[in-house]
Ligand binder design. Structure first.
Ligand SMILES: NC(=O)c1ccc[n+]([C@@H]2O[C@H](COP(=O)([O-])OP(=O)(O)OC[C@H]3O[C@@H](n4cnc5c(N)ncnc54)[C@H](O)[C@@H]3O)[C@@H](O)[C@H]2O)c1
Length: 485
């Protein structure tokens, strides 16, 4: 297949028209869990039925309306306002889907109908991955794949999960972030028969328990990993080396660059230098098996990192703080794809944007785009908003936060939770005050407070929803990578 055709598949056809006059039906209400505790290979016919039900019902749905009083959770489920409030841990509940299956752990299985509608809305904006689903409907290229997935669980990743199943894969899935799960979407996946282990605002212990439930399942042996961030790979490698040995390939979103790895450790014939003392266990393992980093794909970085972040930075800041942007001074650390997207958006809203960079070319780009390139220390006392987007660690230190002015908003758009040194704020002299879901005021002894969003985790995934169209491009890239491996 030519590269052009692959890219067309990933981006899809924006002009699809799937509206019909048939009134709303709830496809989830008719959904039956699949047979067997671990055999979750979806049947094509079921997905076809689901897809056509979706096509019929779209005209009447929008993100902002609730279809009935019984499922009127805020569609902005990312705020966690509706479905986080149950005090009983999902691990202590006995829940079954309507097929009687209990091989899952979600906040509340009864939310499935609302979650199904969220997934259907996302499908409309994800033409690339839906085209891939249709194209590979018959040949089931993933029929031998048994995938452990660890990604954010939201409406868009649900479309990816159901596409992988439609391509023939058997799956078990956990969340890669303790804050980003859309509980109702996780419920919809569980209702449809997928072993999903995820809920919003779980503890760190729950986080690892959920991944463990996916990796170490009875009568089910994974042979692939789809891992956003590397936690499932890490757990498998450390705790279940025997299972890890049987993994045939991995699709990751490691911040480390697989191409960089190749140039560092492989010789000109592509063979790995396994004796290198600095090579880690994961790298050694990668050397023997195909491992793809979606962040190395232009169809991921040039769309998701740039355009998705350009839109979601505004959304997440508005939803969590109600801030007015015009005239605000913002410093963005890192002017890669994510930093460029954030800068464009904030400049468009009238912010004065400062950029910090360590790469001279990116620094020059920031300057040519009209931003002031500075050192963080030069502006930290005056800025109103600090955003990290470097993929690096300890970008914002306690020393920086000590210098920030009262009311400064601090958030991270870059890697996981490493960019802002949040642990350094957990000292007896500082008081933490939770003012909203995902919003903490950290208060200094003199009364100064900074506004920390999502405890330094990815703010857009924690405090807003993502544009489905861009996630479609990333998901299609991941599904194609699965197929290639
Ligand atoms: N929030 C999201 O939805 C989202 C989406 C895509 C990617 N990401 C993550 O965002 C991060 C950045 O992604 P990207 O595509 O922009 O990467 P990138 O490599 O294009 O850009 C990162 C930039 O940060 C700069 N940098 C590194 N260390 C720095 C430091 N100490 N000070 C200042 N600048 C520094 C680098 O020189 C580089 O230009 C990654 O961790 C990626 O996984 C987040």
């Amino acid at each position: 297949m030519s590269e052009n055709i692959e890219i067309r598949t990933i981006i899809g056809n924006r002009n699809i028209n799937t509206v019909s006059d048939t009134p709303v039906t709830d496809p989830a209400s008719g959904a039956k869990g699949l047979e067997g505790s671990n055999a979750f290979v979806c049947q094509r016919s079921k997905l076809d039925t689901k897809t056509s039900a979706l096509k019929k019902s779209n005209r009447y749905r929008s993100r902002s309306l609730s279809a009935s009083s019984t499922d009127s959770y805020s569609s902005a489920s990312c705020t966690g306002s509706s479905s986080d409030s149950d005090d009983v841990s999902p691990r202590e509940k006995v829940q079954k889907n309507s097929a009687g299956n209990s091989d899952f752990c979600v906040r509340n299985i009864n939310q499935h109908a609302f979650g199904r509608r969220e997934i259907e809305i996302a499908e409309q904006e994800m033409p690339g991955i839906m085209a891939l689903r249709k194209r590979a409907a018959d040949d089931k290229p993933l029929k031998n794949a048994k995938i452990v997935g660890c990604t954010h669980i939201n409406a868009q990743t649900a479309v990816l999960i159901e596409t992988l199943a439609a391509l023939g894969a058997s799956l078990r899935w956990a969340a890669c972030n303790i804050y980003s799960t859309q509980n109702e979407v996780a419920a919809a996946l569980a209702e449809a028969g997928y072993p999903v282990f995820a809920w919003r605002r779980k503890t760190e212990e729950d986080f690892w328990w959920c991944i463990d439930k996916c990796v170490n399942a009875e009568n089910w042996q994974p042979n692939m990993i789809l891992d956003d961030g590397g936690d499932a790979t890490h757990l498998m490698l450390k705790k279940y080396p025997a299972i890890f040995k049987l993994i045939k390939g991995a699709i990751t979103k490691f911040p480390t660059n697989a191409l960089r790895f190749n140039s560092r450790y492989r010789n000109s014939r592509g063979e790995c230098n396994r004796s290198s003392s600095s090579i880690s266990a994961v790298e050694r393992w990668q050397a023997d098996r195909p491992a793809m980093n979606v962040n190395d794909s232009v169809t991921k970085t040039k769309y998701d990192n740039l355009y998705s972040c350009r839109e979601s930075i505004i959304d997440s800041l508005k939803r969590s703080t109600d801030v007015m942007f015009g005239g605000k001074q913002v410093v963005i650390c890192g002017y890669g794809e994510v930093g460029k997207g954030c800068s464009q958006a904030l400049k468009g809203f009238g912010c004065v944007v400062y950029v910090t960079e360590i790469d001279p070319i990116c620094a020059l780009q920031a300057s040519m785009d009209g931003h002031r390139v500075v050192k963080l220390n030069e502006v930290i006392r005056n800025v109103d908003i600090v955003i990290t987007a470097t993929g690096n660690k300890n970008i914002v230190s306690r020393d920086h936060m000590d210098k920030m002015k009262n009311g400064c908003i601090v958030c991270n758009m870059g890697h996981s939770n490493t960019e802002i040194d949040v642990n350094s704020l957990r000292t007896p002299d500082l008081t933490w005050e939770k003012v909203r879901s995902q919003v903490d005021h950290v208060i200094w002894p003199d009364g100064k407070r900074i506004i920390l969003l999502a405890e330094g985790r990815l703010v857009n995934l924690s405090c807003s929803s993502l544009p489905s169209f861009v996630v479609s491009i990333t998901s299609a890239t991941q599904a194609l990578a699965d197929r290639i491996i």
